[in-house]
Design a protein around this ligand. Structure first.
Ligand code: SF4
Length: 719
């Protein structure tokens, strides 16, 4: 019995088939299937993804904290009673905003939508935000202000296949989503892969042997690098002046700013040799459509975005792409490589503190009226805006903050910035409710733990990094259906009834999707032409090569869909989504890192992901095959730096910053600059890299500066 579905992990959402025993249970096997993003490939995480379904520590019953402080099994009724009492206490203390909600970018679209509704009309709180604030928010903000809307890649991934050049800015897909690499083949064969990264990552190594160029800048100087490239494009005659005149505003100011960044000045600031910068600029110029090239793409990732100036960094990348005339043209463009499985959909349906479904602004009266009508409530019943994630979490348990928190699809005790502070705030709560399928580090701190279904046990949809809406299908039954784990849609429905919510909550994912589609109608991310049945038909028409559907998928335009091009695969071909149809260049300035080097913190701590793990590692650390390869935190350090500090391969190393300290095993490598160390952020306990990361925020997106902060590094046994 095989079921076609998608990988539970990253935003590539590779197509796979799950085969269970004849009774629908027993060992589940994974096989890849043809899908436009992965074309029959899977990474190690995808191949082993079924292992989590049978993890021995799966939560099968609700848990509540008893008088001794231990988590003990209980009934759903008792768990709900504790939750309702907690809500009443929090409301009595601080009003409706005394309860807060923290969601996740891995939740299905149906759940992301319903969680936003549950928070606002089930709990009546404005205090909802989600972990995507830590992931994509800078690219989303930059895309919104320049292009008029944010869809990670506004073109199908397959469009990369014919490009002469692809520039990756702070992205490492060769490690984080390996099947993606097949889409870089043509750029590599033509010597056109450009990677900007302070580390020589597996993606940077793809530029070897004439396949392209790796620019290895000082951390926090990406804006300068991008301004320097723009300078060379201008002086080299590579700017597409006709395109700029027809389709862009703000060019004169941006051009003036870029002209100040001579290559020699860029080298001084960033450490990138002039000839390498020139080489990258030349690749871009000869690939651009204005000179008859086969096209070029500029793609950003978290390395560029998770900074105190992340939004401006993405704007600088967009300025470069626009100067070359790339966005809104077939075969060229700008895109952002989303990380979380539903990082795109998760930010479209109302989990963000400032947004309503359809990617609408919560402060827009027309948006509020539309959503109130869909929900069957008064406009005044929709509170908000609330606080973005870092501020929301930081205020918990204080007189100004919420005293009760619901967490769904997230593990912020490991994945949040300055995670020690987050754990401290959670400990100060009156009631912490966590819904998960295992006892994550966050669930272990909860007063009430509700066991949920896993990916292969539920129905729903996900929206991948291209804005492609996909079906997640049930392949195995939920364990112990009567008293065991429950779908979150059912949990919110039951809690909303107990709390006398003024609106109803769908429990069937297909119904929740239909409501989401109605709510999204007329919004930026319009799903009104989609349904579970239609998505099934389009993706599985021949079960090999079906496509899913791209938003916007407007109902009136969907009457005769072409299964190969459902919805809107390519955006901006005629106009950008701004009021005047033109892209708005933003005149940004170079900026350093929020927490820069000083004598007692002379190295930069960089953080990132590994091939074997996903996000906080709550799932992948439970897969023996993956954890056997990467079982613990490590500190990558240059051999010369290590020698200077008396650190040897395999030593325990402490990385201490203003936020806190994390410990990992030393891995000596020439792949990192001498002024940096790197830690993966997937591990818990003393190895949690986020104990040390900087909570400084981007002023536009509220993205924390995960990617860099000043650190002291020493052998741990010397402490
Ligand atoms: Fe594909 Fe990402 Fe899953 Fe790997 S983790 S199989 S790249 S979706």
């Amino acid at each position: 019995m095989a079921t076609s579905t998608h990988c539970p992990y990253c935003a590539l959402q590779c197509g796979m088939r799950l085969t269970a025993g004849n009774d629908g249970a027993g060992a589940v096997s994974v096989t890849p299937r043809e899908f436009p993003t992965n074309r029959g490939g899977l990474c190690h995480k995808g191949w082993t993804s079924a292992a989590v379904l049978s993890t021995p520590d799966r939560l099968l019953r609700p848990l509540v904290r008893d008088a001794d402080g231990s988590l003990v099994k209980t009934t759903w009724d008792e768990a709900y009673t504790r939750i309702v009492r907690g809500v009443k206490r929090a409301r009595a203390r601080s009003g409706p905003d005394g309860v807060a909600v923290f969601g996740g970018g891995g939740l299905t679209n149906e759940k992301a939508y319903t969680l936003g509704k549950f928070a606002r009309v089930g709990l009546g709180t404005a205090m909802i935000d989600y972990n995507g604030r830590f992931c994509m928010s800078s690219a989303a903000a930059a895309g919104g202000r320049t292009l008029g809307l944010d869809r990670g890649m506004p073109f199908p991934l397959g469009d990369l296949d014919g490009a002469d050049a692809v520039m990756l800015v702070g992205s490492n897909p060769a490690e984080t989503m390996p099947p993606f690499v097949q889409h870089l083949r043509s750029a590599r064969e033509r010597g056109g892969l450009i990677v900007i990264d302070p580390r020589r990552t597996p993606s940077a190594a793809l530029t070897d042997d004439g396949a392209g160029v790796h620019l290895q800048p000082l951390p926090g100087t990406d804006i300068t690098v991008l301004m320097g490239l723009l300078h060379l494009v201008i002086v080299g005659g590579g700017a597409d002046e006709r395109y700029l005149a027809d389709r862009v505003t703000g060019w004169d100011a941006v051009k003036r700013s870029a002209m100040m960044w001579w290559p020699e000045a860029v080298e001084r600031e960033t450490g990138i040799p002039v000839d390498e910068l020139r080489c990258a600029a030349k690749i871009l110029m000869k690939s651009a459509p204005v000179v008859g090239g086969h096209g070029a793409y500029v793609l950003t990732g978290r390395g560029a975005e998770q900074h105190a100036h992340g939004t401006d960094t993405v704007s600088a990348a967009l300025n470069l792409a626009l100067a070359l005339g790339l966005p809104g043209r077939v075969g060229s463009g700008y895109g952002c490589l989303t990380g979380q499985g539903n990082g795109q959909g998760g930010r479209e349906h109302g989990q963000k503190c400032d947004q309503l479904p359809g990617y609408r602004k919560i402060t827009d009266p027309a948006a509020r009226a539309h959503i109130a009508e869909v929900w069957g409530v008064e406009e005044s019943d929709i509170p908000g805006p609330g606080l973005p994630a870092v501020q929301l979490l930081d205020a918990l348990g204080t007189p100004e903050g919420a005293s009760m928190l619901f967490v769904h699809g997230a593990n912020p005790v490991v994945s949040g910035p300055r995670s020690g502070r987050i754990a401290e705030r959670f400990a100060a709560l009156d009631t912490l409710v966590v819904t998960d399928f295992v006892l994550s580090e966050t669930a272990a701190m909860a007063d009430v733990v509700l066991p949920s279904l896993q990916w292969a046990e539920e129905e729903g949809t996900m929206t991948n990094l291209e804005g492609r809406v996909l079906r997640r299908r049930r392949a195995v039954p939920a364990p112990d259906a009567a008293d065991g784990p429950r779908d979150e849609l059912r949990i919110w429905h039951e809690l909303a009834e107990l709390l006398d919510a003024p609106a109803g909550f769908a429990t069937d994912p297909a119904d929740a999707f239909d409501e989401l589609a109605r709510a999204s109608a007329g919004g930026i991310a319009d799903y009104s032409g989609l349904s579970h049945a239609a998505l099934d038909a389009w993706e599985l028409a021949d079960d090999e090569g079906g496509t899913g559907a791209f938003w916007p998928a407007v109902r009136d335009a969907m009457t005769r869909p072409d299964p190969r091009t459902v919805g809107t695969p390519r955006l901006f071909l005629d106009r950008f989504a701004t009021p005047d149809g033109r892209a708005r260049m933003i005149d940004v300035r170079s900026a350093g890192v929020a927490d820069d080097l000083r004598p007692d913190a002379p190295l930069y701590l960089l953080t990132g992901r590994l091939l074997q793990h996903y996000q906080s590692g709550a799932q992948t650390r439970r897969v023996a095959e993956l954890n056997g390869i990467e079982p613990e935190a490590f500190v990558q350090i240059h051999p010369l730096t290590a020698a200077r500090l008396g650190i040897g391969e395999g030593d325990d190393v402490e990385v201490r910053t203003r936020s806190g300290a994390a410990v990992g095993v030393a891995r000596l490598s020439n792949d990192i600059r001498r002024d940096c160390v790197f830690m993966p952020f997937h591990f818990a306990g003393r190895g949690a890299a986020n104990l040390a990361t900087n909570p400084a925020l981007d002023p536009v997106s509220s993205m924390p500066e995960f990617k860099v902060c000043a650190a002291a590094v020493a052998r741990f046994d010397e402490q």
